[in-house]
Design a protein around this ligand. Sequence first.
Ligand code: OGA
Ligand code: NI
Length: 343
Amino acid sequence: MATQMKPLLTDLVSTVSSVPPNYVRSESDRPNLNEVTFDHSFPVVDLEGLYGPNHSSVIKEIGEACQNYGFFQVKNHGVPKEVIDKMLHVSRDFFHLPESERLKNYSDDPMKTTRLSTSFNVKTENVSSWRDYLRLHCFPLEDYVHEWPTNPPSFREDAAEYCKNTGRLALGLLEAISESLGLERDYINSALGKHAQHMAINYYPPCPEPELTYGLPVHADPNVITILLQDDVPGLQVRKDGKWIAVNAIPYTFIVNIGDQIQVLSNDSYRSVLHRAVVNCKEERISIPTFYCPSPDAVMRPSPQLIDKDHPPFYTNYSYSEYYQKFWKRGLNAETCLDMFKI
Ligand code: OGA
Ligand code: NI
């Protein structure tokens, strides 16, 4: 019974040899890992040419990736290797701290701007997921950095440097995505109010029975775009043509995906694609998504330029805070929150 008292999965794992009942998915909702395939044409976009003579072909590649997959990898993205190395390193060190040290950051309130937690939303969910995570708000940095962990000692410095870099990358990608939709280059960026940026550091401990549970169950991301860094352990899977495809980690690349807000802004030209994270019995895994977001007060709506006789607006206007609160309340699910805002 004592094991149930551990708030974090990391500290429970060493005491169990099978998956505890509250992590076991019903039979119809299991990963079926032997049915997952690998897609050799998963798009990898080289951003080197984005600001040079190949600009329009890179925009076209991004547009096709958004349309066909909703996901793509990027290389030559401008984030220095040492910034990535330090972020991965300090994240691993954080999750290897003693329990008492980590628990100083613990909270189960999803609206808290800095918090360490477990699963997804322990207050509302019925089945738990095989994950602990540290969530941070990162923009404007000076509003939040004083809340961040001070242990490991370089955490704030390393994570702040990383956030500044991924924020810059997000802005560039949003310009490219706007252009690929035939909109003005700053269309999406100017639709996001004062902008916001969040980061999660996901820690997936090894799991004795990975077929029974998820690191993260199927979901679409509620934000604008996500820029995911992962270590060298695979685990991300993307839904494509009714099948699950595994996305392997290529060192020093990021995985970018369209979130729900681009689906709305683009009036369904681009879709926010379902994905999930699975776990394995051998190795821990770390993934670090940067969630680029509208500010809470920003009003989201389909772009008037993407509305015509054949494409009426598919969504109502709403404030992003309304959307975000719904997302955390209802939990991760294949039916995305988008349905609640459909006309
Ligand atoms: C997420 C997510 C995937 C992963 O945090 O929203 O989809 O591989 N993560 O951890
Ligand atoms: Ni996600």
